[in-house]
Design a protein around this ligand. Structure first.
Ligand SMILES: Nc1nc2c(ncn2[C@@H]2O[C@H](COP(=O)(O)OP(=O)(O)OP(=O)(O)O)[C@@H](O)[C@H]2O)c(=O)[nH]1
Ligand SMILES: [Mg+2]
Length: 351
């Protein structure tokens, strides 16, 4: 049970190349993915309390390839993971994002199931997470809000998540339900198409933005989210990491929604300029005796001019991006037609 992400009308829909009959049969038969084809990727940092249970849980579900990427834990996390049958590597840098990016360079299986090592996600949900991949989706997000147990998320984190998801839909045009979820499944090939640079907790945001940008076929699956067990500590700093996540959303709008990127600042500047102009006008025309605010008048004019220019810049960039997308669409269509043309299987009216 999952839902495909519907793109709103103003976003480009990717045209999938028509499948030839052989591929259709293969796709129809491939209703499940064998756990042997999946690498369970677990980034950890000081998760001794929980990592044993997490590794054991996935192995119980049949996943023998569990890769733990550790960020230099000092509480014995690596040994516990190894004892439970995981392959353990130590990341060369810092942060969850760097760990995931580095680990992916070593993965040679076709499918990846990414999950936190803090025991908040259930291994029993793994099969459902993988189902959409068998049906042709490339990226799956586990929606924690579908079944969140009491105490699993602080009120501050809930508000932050809600705000981030709404901002993401507004800026990037897709609704992925829970973009910051740590439970994700994806194909290795689709991961390679994403341009990811975040070192820390910005990685999930970047994944979502890049999926929207590159039209990676994405599905959302309802999952259960449990509280961290007593004694296990969070690595997340809500304010600092929240700021990083929001900046990530905004910065990546430059190439995905330039109208928002330039337009939001342009609009803010124009509004500030207009409010200042109103004040200056009031003080000059209405107040008795009249007061003139030369400096404020100059600042207000500069703010309006700057704002309108940015707005125009946003509109122009948006136009360039639309044209670029049209061209990419056309190239993709041509590319998709080429194999049929080469094998001479296209019909007369296609010639
Ligand atoms: N390798 C590596 N893993 C990390 C690092 N920081 C966090 N992690 C892991 O990334 C996963 C997610 O981190 P959490 O601290 O659970 O963050 P969260 O899920 O947003 O916050 P909670 O509400 O506390 O669960 C956990 O398995 C962490 O151990 C790091 O620097 N390196
Ligand atoms: Mg967690």
């Amino acid at each position: 049970m999952f839902h495909a992400v519907q793109k709103p009308f103003y976003r480009r829909r990717v045209q999938l190349p028509p499948m030839d009959p052989v591929e259709t049969v293969v796709a129809a038969e491939a209703t499940s993915i064998s756990p042997n084809e999946v690498c369970v990727l677990v980034p950890t940092y000081d998760e001794a309390e929980t990592i044993g249970g997490v590794v054991a849980g996935f192995r119980r579900e049949g996943f023998s390839n569990v890769l733990v990427v550790d960020g230099g834990s000092t509480d014995g996390t690596r040994d516990i993971a190894r004892d439970h049958g995981a392959h353990v590597v130590v990341q060369s840098g810092e942060g969850k994002g760097q760990a995931v990016r580095e680990a992916m360079a070593h993965v040679d299986l076709e499918y990846v199931l990414m999950v936190d090592g803090d025991g908040t996600y259930r291994p029993e949900d793994a099969t459902r997470m993988l189902e959409p991949l068998a049906e042709g989706y490339e990226h799956v997000i586990g929606d924690r809000f579908a079944d969140m147990e009491t105490g699993a998320m602080t009120r501050l984190n809930k508000v932050g998540n809600g705000f981030t998801n709404r901002a993401f839909s507004l800026i990037h045009g897709d609704d992925y339900g829970d973009i910051l979820s740590g439970y994700r499944a994806f194909t290795r090939e689709s991961f390679e198409r994403l341009n990811l640079t975040a070192d820390g907790f910005g990685i999930e945001t970047q994944m979502a933005v890049e999926c929207a940008k590159h039209d990676v076929r994405t599905a959302v699956v309802p999952i259960t989210y449990r509280p961290r067990p007593d004694g296990s500590d969070t690595n997340l700093h809500p304010i600092r990491d929240g700021g990083i996540i929001f900046l990530e959303l905004y910065r990546r709008a430059k190439t995905n929604n330039p109208l928002f990127y330039f337009g939001s600042v342009g609009l803010a500047s124009t509004l500030v300029g207009l409010v200042l102009a109103g004040y200056v006008g009031y003080e000059w025309f209405v107040r008795v005796p009249r007061v003139s605010h030369e400096v404020l008048a100059v600042v207000s004019a500069a703010a309006v001019l700057f704002g309108v220019q940015l707005l125009m810049f946003g509109v122009l960039s948006d136009m360039i991006l639309s044209l670029h997308r049209e061209q990419v669409d056309r190239l993709e269509k041509i590319e998709a037609r080429q194999p049929a043309e080469r094998s001479g299987t296209f019909s007369d009216d296609e010639r």
